[in-house]
Write a protein of this length. Structure first.
Length: 162
């Protein structure tokens, strides 16, 4: 007699659990921790943030900057300097608020500025964004921490906070 009761209780709590899970997953739309917008990885430059002239460091306020980066094997595209050379170092004033925006044109890459709280996964089809304040002066390395192929180890750039 009691077995049947327990069985009902067991099945009942299982259903309840699944319902809660379903509500959590679909109704609240649980997202991965970093906010992401979608983008066509084949046409990244159609997106305003990743047009060639908008790549790299841009000042958008008194002490506010945006850094748009195209991540691809095995290179962070930070735009070109006035001599048309590829930029490999960005210089950010200490205390500045910086919004990093990046996307991948091919495979999954990492986007980590070693020694800071900047650490993102870069996926094709998504825009990874992270806002931070550069707190400590120094020379930091932006590097890829997701294995992405034979040139993975060369995928790096320099961030100077001064
Ligand atoms: Cu890109 Cu490893």
């Amino acid at each position: 007699k009691y077995e049947k009761l327990w069985l009902i209780f067991g099945v009942g709590s299982l259903i309840l659990f699944l319902v809660i899970l379903a509500i959590g997953a679909f109704y609240k739309e649980i997202h991965p921790p970093s906010h992401m917008d979608t983008i066509d990885p084949k046409n990244v430059q159609e997106h305003e943030s990743f047009k060639e002239e908008n790549l790299g460091l841009r000042q958008v306020g008194e002490n506010e900057y945006i850094v748009n980066v195209l991540s691809s094997g095995f290179y962070y595209d930070l735009g070109k300097d006035e001599n048309d050379k590829a930029v490999n170092t960005i210089r950010i004033p200490v205390g500045a608020k910086v919004l990093f925006q990046t996307t991948s044109t091919d495979v999954v890459h990492g986007f980590q500025i070693a020694g800071t709280n900047v650490n993102m996964m870069v996926e094709p089809g998504h825009i990874s964004t992270l806002e931070t304040v550069m707190q400590k002066p120094g020379t930091y390395t932006l590097l890829c921490n997701e294995y992405c192929g034979s040139g993975h180890h060369y995928m790096a750039a320099t961030v100077e906070v001064f």
